[in-house]
Design a protein around this ligand. Structure first.
Ligand SMILES: NC(=O)c1ccc[n+]([C@@H]2O[C@H](COP(=O)([O-])OP(=O)(O)OC[C@H]3O[C@@H](n4cnc5c(N)ncnc54)[C@H](OP(=O)(O)O)[C@@H]3O)[C@@H](O)[C@H]2O)c1
Length: 285
Protein backbone atom coordinates (compact mmCIF):
# COMPACT_ATOMS: atom_id res chain seq x y z
CA UNK A 1 0.00 0.00 0.00
CA UNK A 2 1.31 3.46 -0.89
CA UNK A 3 0.81 5.24 2.40
CA UNK A 4 2.64 8.30 1.12
CA UNK A 5 0.08 9.53 -1.42
CA UNK A 6 -2.98 10.36 0.65
CA UNK A 7 -5.05 13.04 -1.17
CA UNK A 8 -6.03 14.44 2.25
CA UNK A 9 -2.71 16.24 2.66
CA UNK A 10 -2.38 17.44 -0.94
CA UNK A 11 -3.99 20.32 -2.82
CA UNK A 12 -6.62 19.56 -5.48
CA UNK A 13 -3.88 19.59 -8.13
CA UNK A 14 -1.74 17.24 -6.07
CA UNK A 15 0.58 19.97 -4.78
CA UNK A 16 1.38 20.41 -1.11
CA UNK A 17 0.20 23.68 0.51
CA UNK A 18 3.02 26.23 1.03
CA UNK A 19 4.06 27.12 4.56
CA UNK A 20 3.35 30.79 5.42
CA UNK A 21 4.96 32.30 8.52
CA UNK A 22 7.32 29.41 8.83
CA UNK A 23 10.99 29.77 9.82
CA UNK A 24 13.60 28.41 7.42
CA UNK A 25 15.52 25.21 8.08
CA UNK A 26 17.73 22.68 6.36
CA UNK A 27 16.48 19.10 6.70
CA UNK A 28 19.19 16.44 6.71
CA UNK A 29 18.29 12.75 6.66
CA UNK A 30 20.84 10.48 8.31
CA UNK A 31 22.20 13.47 10.20
CA UNK A 32 23.50 11.58 13.24
CA UNK A 33 26.75 10.06 11.90
CA UNK A 34 29.21 10.15 9.04
CA UNK A 35 28.62 12.49 6.12
CA UNK A 36 25.13 13.55 7.27
CA UNK A 37 26.37 14.67 10.65
CA UNK A 38 29.27 16.57 9.07
CA UNK A 39 26.90 18.27 6.61
CA UNK A 40 24.54 19.20 9.45
CA UNK A 41 27.51 20.82 11.24
CA UNK A 42 28.29 22.87 8.09
CA UNK A 43 24.74 24.27 8.07
CA UNK A 44 24.79 24.89 11.83
CA UNK A 45 28.14 26.70 11.59
CA UNK A 46 26.46 29.01 9.07
CA UNK A 47 23.67 29.74 11.57
CA UNK A 48 21.06 27.61 9.75
CA UNK A 49 18.45 25.87 11.95
CA UNK A 50 18.03 22.17 11.27
CA UNK A 51 15.69 19.21 11.19
CA UNK A 52 17.57 15.93 11.55
CA UNK A 53 16.05 12.58 10.60
CA UNK A 54 17.35 9.13 11.58
CA UNK A 55 15.99 5.93 13.13
CA UNK A 56 17.66 5.96 16.53
CA UNK A 57 16.48 8.48 19.12
CA UNK A 58 19.49 8.67 21.48
CA UNK A 59 22.07 9.80 18.87
CA UNK A 60 19.49 12.18 17.35
CA UNK A 61 19.05 13.87 20.72
CA UNK A 62 22.81 13.87 21.35
CA UNK A 63 23.68 15.45 17.99
CA UNK A 64 20.84 17.98 18.27
CA UNK A 65 22.05 19.16 21.71
CA UNK A 66 25.67 19.23 20.54
CA UNK A 67 24.90 21.40 17.47
CA UNK A 68 22.56 23.69 19.43
CA UNK A 69 25.22 24.23 22.09
CA UNK A 70 28.13 24.74 19.72
CA UNK A 71 26.43 26.93 17.11
CA UNK A 72 23.43 28.56 18.82
CA UNK A 73 20.91 27.13 16.33
CA UNK A 74 17.64 25.25 16.80
CA UNK A 75 17.70 21.55 15.88
CA UNK A 76 14.53 19.44 15.69
CA UNK A 77 15.08 15.67 15.71
CA UNK A 78 12.60 13.33 13.98
CA UNK A 79 13.02 9.59 14.63
CA UNK A 80 11.66 7.54 11.71
CA UNK A 81 12.77 4.62 9.58
CA UNK A 82 12.95 5.88 5.99
CA UNK A 83 12.59 2.29 4.78
CA UNK A 84 8.99 2.56 6.01
CA UNK A 85 6.83 3.89 3.11
CA UNK A 86 4.86 6.03 5.59
CA UNK A 87 7.98 7.89 6.81
CA UNK A 88 8.13 10.80 4.29
CA UNK A 89 4.58 11.82 5.21
CA UNK A 90 5.39 11.55 8.93
CA UNK A 91 8.41 13.85 8.38
CA UNK A 92 6.42 16.34 6.29
CA UNK A 93 3.52 16.43 8.79
CA UNK A 94 5.92 17.05 11.68
CA UNK A 95 7.66 19.88 9.79
CA UNK A 96 4.28 21.55 9.15
CA UNK A 97 3.24 21.04 12.78
CA UNK A 98 6.43 22.88 13.83
CA UNK A 99 5.66 25.63 11.26
CA UNK A 100 9.02 25.24 9.54
CA UNK A 101 9.90 25.92 5.90
CA UNK A 102 12.45 23.52 4.47
CA UNK A 103 14.76 25.68 2.33
CA UNK A 104 17.32 22.93 1.86
CA UNK A 105 16.47 19.24 1.72
CA UNK A 106 19.44 16.88 2.04
CA UNK A 107 18.56 13.29 1.15
CA UNK A 108 21.60 11.65 2.74
CA UNK A 109 20.44 8.55 4.69
CA UNK A 110 21.18 5.28 2.94
CA UNK A 111 21.45 1.57 3.60
CA UNK A 112 23.83 -0.90 1.95
CA UNK A 113 23.78 -4.66 1.39
CA UNK A 114 26.76 -6.80 0.40
CA UNK A 115 27.02 -10.24 -1.22
CA UNK A 116 25.87 -12.16 -4.27
CA UNK A 117 22.40 -10.95 -5.21
CA UNK A 118 21.08 -14.48 -5.90
CA UNK A 119 21.78 -15.53 -2.30
CA UNK A 120 20.69 -12.23 -0.73
CA UNK A 121 17.76 -11.33 1.50
CA UNK A 122 15.04 -9.88 -0.74
CA UNK A 123 13.48 -8.03 2.18
CA UNK A 124 16.80 -6.26 2.88
CA UNK A 125 17.05 -5.28 -0.82
CA UNK A 126 13.52 -3.86 -0.69
CA UNK A 127 14.31 -1.87 2.46
CA UNK A 128 17.44 -0.52 0.78
CA UNK A 129 15.42 0.64 -2.24
CA UNK A 130 12.78 2.28 -0.07
CA UNK A 131 15.39 4.16 2.00
CA UNK A 132 17.82 5.05 -0.83
CA UNK A 133 15.38 5.70 -3.69
CA UNK A 134 11.73 5.94 -2.63
CA UNK A 135 12.27 8.18 0.41
CA UNK A 136 14.38 10.80 -1.46
CA UNK A 137 11.75 10.92 -4.23
CA UNK A 138 8.83 11.19 -1.80
CA UNK A 139 10.54 13.84 0.37
CA UNK A 140 11.49 15.82 -2.72
CA UNK A 141 7.91 15.63 -4.01
CA UNK A 142 6.64 16.89 -0.67
CA UNK A 143 9.09 19.80 -0.15
CA UNK A 144 9.93 20.95 -3.70
CA UNK A 145 6.58 22.62 -4.59
CA UNK A 146 6.90 25.09 -1.68
CA UNK A 147 10.50 25.89 -2.69
CA UNK A 148 9.36 26.58 -6.27
CA UNK A 149 6.57 28.80 -4.98
CA UNK A 150 9.03 30.76 -2.81
CA UNK A 151 11.43 30.97 -5.76
CA UNK A 152 14.36 29.68 -3.74
CA UNK A 153 15.66 26.49 -2.20
CA UNK A 154 17.95 23.54 -2.73
CA UNK A 155 17.49 19.81 -3.07
CA UNK A 156 20.63 17.79 -2.34
CA UNK A 157 20.91 14.07 -2.96
CA UNK A 158 23.92 12.35 -1.47
CA UNK A 159 24.64 9.81 -4.20
CA UNK A 160 28.10 8.30 -4.76
CA UNK A 161 30.70 7.61 -7.42
CA UNK A 162 29.04 4.17 -7.15
CA UNK A 163 26.28 5.77 -9.23
CA UNK A 164 28.62 5.96 -12.24
CA UNK A 165 29.64 2.31 -12.41
CA UNK A 166 28.38 -1.20 -11.68
CA UNK A 167 29.25 -2.75 -8.29
CA UNK A 168 29.22 -6.56 -8.26
CA UNK A 169 28.23 -7.82 -4.77
CA UNK A 170 26.52 -4.47 -4.17
CA UNK A 171 24.18 -4.45 -7.17
CA UNK A 172 21.17 -2.77 -5.52
CA UNK A 173 23.26 -0.15 -3.70
CA UNK A 174 25.03 0.90 -6.92
CA UNK A 175 21.74 0.91 -8.84
CA UNK A 176 20.14 3.08 -6.13
CA UNK A 177 22.97 5.62 -6.47
CA UNK A 178 22.71 5.58 -10.30
CA UNK A 179 19.03 6.38 -9.83
CA UNK A 180 19.87 9.39 -7.64
CA UNK A 181 22.42 10.72 -10.14
CA UNK A 182 19.97 10.48 -13.05
CA UNK A 183 17.04 11.82 -10.98
CA UNK A 184 19.16 14.79 -9.88
CA UNK A 185 20.23 15.69 -13.43
CA UNK A 186 16.65 15.53 -14.77
CA UNK A 187 15.22 17.49 -11.86
CA UNK A 188 17.97 20.13 -12.08
CA UNK A 189 16.95 20.75 -15.66
CA UNK A 190 13.24 20.91 -14.73
CA UNK A 191 14.07 23.47 -12.02
CA UNK A 192 16.47 25.58 -14.15
CA UNK A 193 15.72 29.30 -13.72
CA UNK A 194 13.31 28.68 -10.81
CA UNK A 195 15.67 29.73 -8.00
CA UNK A 196 15.78 26.13 -6.76
CA UNK A 197 19.03 24.22 -7.30
CA UNK A 198 19.34 20.45 -7.41
CA UNK A 199 22.69 18.86 -6.52
CA UNK A 200 24.01 15.31 -6.33
CA UNK A 201 27.02 15.03 -4.03
CA UNK A 202 28.90 11.97 -5.27
CA UNK A 203 31.64 10.99 -2.82
CA UNK A 204 34.12 8.24 -3.47
CA UNK A 205 35.08 6.13 -0.42
CA UNK A 206 34.57 7.88 2.93
CA UNK A 207 35.76 6.77 6.36
CA UNK A 208 32.37 5.99 7.96
CA UNK A 209 30.80 2.79 9.28
CA UNK A 210 28.37 2.15 6.39
CA UNK A 211 30.44 -0.55 4.68
CA UNK A 212 31.41 -2.39 7.87
CA UNK A 213 27.73 -2.28 8.89
CA UNK A 214 26.82 -4.36 5.82
CA UNK A 215 29.70 -6.76 6.44
CA UNK A 216 32.04 -5.61 3.65
CA UNK A 217 35.00 -3.56 4.89
CA UNK A 218 37.02 -1.49 2.43
CA UNK A 219 39.09 -2.52 -0.58
CA UNK A 220 42.71 -1.80 -1.51
CA UNK A 221 41.60 0.76 -4.12
CA UNK A 222 39.11 2.44 -1.77
CA UNK A 223 41.75 2.95 0.92
CA UNK A 224 43.81 4.91 -1.62
CA UNK A 225 40.92 7.26 -2.40
CA UNK A 226 39.43 7.57 1.13
CA UNK A 227 38.31 10.99 2.45
CA UNK A 228 36.97 11.95 5.87
CA UNK A 229 33.27 12.85 6.35
CA UNK A 230 34.37 16.44 7.18
CA UNK A 231 36.27 16.77 3.88
CA UNK A 232 33.25 15.49 1.93
CA UNK A 233 30.84 17.74 3.80
CA UNK A 234 32.98 20.88 3.32
CA UNK A 235 33.28 20.22 -0.41
CA UNK A 236 29.60 19.23 -0.70
CA UNK A 237 28.47 22.34 1.16
CA UNK A 238 30.35 24.58 -1.26
CA UNK A 239 28.72 22.71 -4.16
CA UNK A 240 25.25 23.31 -2.66
CA UNK A 241 26.06 27.01 -2.25
CA UNK A 242 27.21 27.25 -5.88
CA UNK A 243 24.22 25.23 -7.11
CA UNK A 244 26.43 22.63 -8.85
CA UNK A 245 24.45 19.75 -10.33
CA UNK A 246 27.06 16.98 -9.95
CA UNK A 247 29.74 17.37 -7.27
CA UNK A 248 32.51 14.81 -6.73
CA UNK A 249 34.54 15.74 -3.60
CA UNK A 250 38.31 15.30 -3.98
CA UNK A 251 40.06 15.58 -7.34
CA UNK A 252 41.39 12.00 -7.14
CA UNK A 253 37.84 10.65 -6.89
CA UNK A 254 37.03 12.17 -10.29
CA UNK A 255 39.45 9.75 -11.98
CA UNK A 256 37.27 6.62 -11.86
CA UNK A 257 34.01 8.25 -13.09
CA UNK A 258 35.99 9.85 -15.93
CA UNK A 259 37.68 6.55 -16.79
CA UNK A 260 34.37 4.68 -16.65
CA UNK A 261 32.89 6.91 -19.37
CA UNK A 262 35.49 5.83 -21.91
CA UNK A 263 35.93 2.16 -20.93
CA UNK A 264 34.19 -0.65 -22.84
CA UNK A 265 31.48 -2.43 -20.80
CA UNK A 266 33.53 -5.53 -20.02
CA UNK A 267 36.32 -3.46 -18.45
CA UNK A 268 33.83 -1.19 -16.69
CA UNK A 269 32.25 -4.21 -14.98
CA UNK A 270 35.66 -5.66 -14.06
CA UNK A 271 36.79 -2.32 -12.61
CA UNK A 272 33.54 -2.29 -10.60
CA UNK A 273 34.51 -5.64 -9.10
CA UNK A 274 38.03 -4.44 -8.20
CA UNK A 275 36.62 -1.40 -6.47
CA UNK A 276 33.80 -3.09 -4.53
CA UNK A 277 35.08 -6.57 -3.63
CA UNK A 278 37.67 -6.77 -0.82
CA UNK A 279 40.45 -9.22 -1.65
CA UNK A 280 40.13 -8.95 -5.44
CA UNK A 281 43.01 -6.44 -5.67
CA UNK A 282 46.35 -7.24 -3.98
CA UNK A 283 46.65 -6.12 -0.36
CA UNK A 284 49.62 -3.81 0.29
CA UNK A 285 50.79 -2.14 3.47
N1 LIG B 1 30.81 6.05 3.42
C1 LIG B 1 31.09 5.98 2.13
O1 LIG B 1 32.11 5.41 1.71
C2 LIG B 1 30.17 6.64 1.13
C3 LIG B 1 30.64 6.85 -0.17
C4 LIG B 1 29.81 7.44 -1.10
C5 LIG B 1 28.53 7.82 -0.74
N2 LIG B 1 28.08 7.61 0.51
C6 LIG B 1 26.72 8.03 0.82
O2 LIG B 1 26.74 9.00 1.83
C7 LIG B 1 25.53 8.94 2.60
C8 LIG B 1 25.87 8.84 4.07
O3 LIG B 1 26.64 7.68 4.26
P1 LIG B 1 27.55 7.47 5.55
O4 LIG B 1 28.67 6.62 5.13
O5 LIG B 1 27.79 8.77 6.22
O6 LIG B 1 26.55 6.55 6.43
P2 LIG B 1 26.56 6.18 8.00
O7 LIG B 1 27.79 6.67 8.67
O8 LIG B 1 26.20 4.73 8.07
O9 LIG B 1 25.31 7.05 8.54
C9 LIG B 1 24.03 6.77 8.06
C10 LIG B 1 23.03 7.74 8.66
O10 LIG B 1 21.74 7.44 8.09
C11 LIG B 1 20.83 7.04 9.12
N3 LIG B 1 20.00 5.96 8.56
C12 LIG B 1 20.42 4.77 8.07
N4 LIG B 1 19.37 4.05 7.66
C13 LIG B 1 18.27 4.80 7.89
C14 LIG B 1 16.88 4.59 7.70
N5 LIG B 1 16.41 3.44 7.21
N6 LIG B 1 16.01 5.57 8.06
C15 LIG B 1 16.48 6.75 8.58
N7 LIG B 1 17.78 7.01 8.78
C16 LIG B 1 18.66 6.03 8.45
C17 LIG B 1 21.74 6.57 10.28
O11 LIG B 1 21.13 6.70 11.56
P3 LIG B 1 20.28 5.46 12.20
O12 LIG B 1 21.12 4.23 12.02
O13 LIG B 1 20.03 5.84 13.62
O14 LIG B 1 19.01 5.40 11.41
C18 LIG B 1 22.88 7.58 10.16
O15 LIG B 1 22.51 8.82 10.71
C19 LIG B 1 24.77 7.73 2.05
O16 LIG B 1 23.83 8.17 1.11
C20 LIG B 1 25.85 6.91 1.37
O17 LIG B 1 25.33 6.08 0.36
C21 LIG B 1 28.88 7.04 1.47
Amino acid sequence: MDTDSSPADSGADGTVPVESTASSVALVTGGTRGIGRALAAEFAADGVDLVLVARTEAPLERVAVDLETRYDVVVEPIAVDLADPAAPKVVHDRVRELDLAVEVLVNNAAMATYGAFAAGDLDAERRLLRCNVEAPIALTRRFLPAMLERGRGAITNVASTAGFRPGPQMASYHASKAHLVSFTESLAEECRGSGVSVTAICPGPVATGIHEDCGRGSTWLERRFMLSPDQVAASGYRAIERGDVIAIPGYRNRIIPTLVRVLPGVLRRRLGEWVTTPGVMPKRR
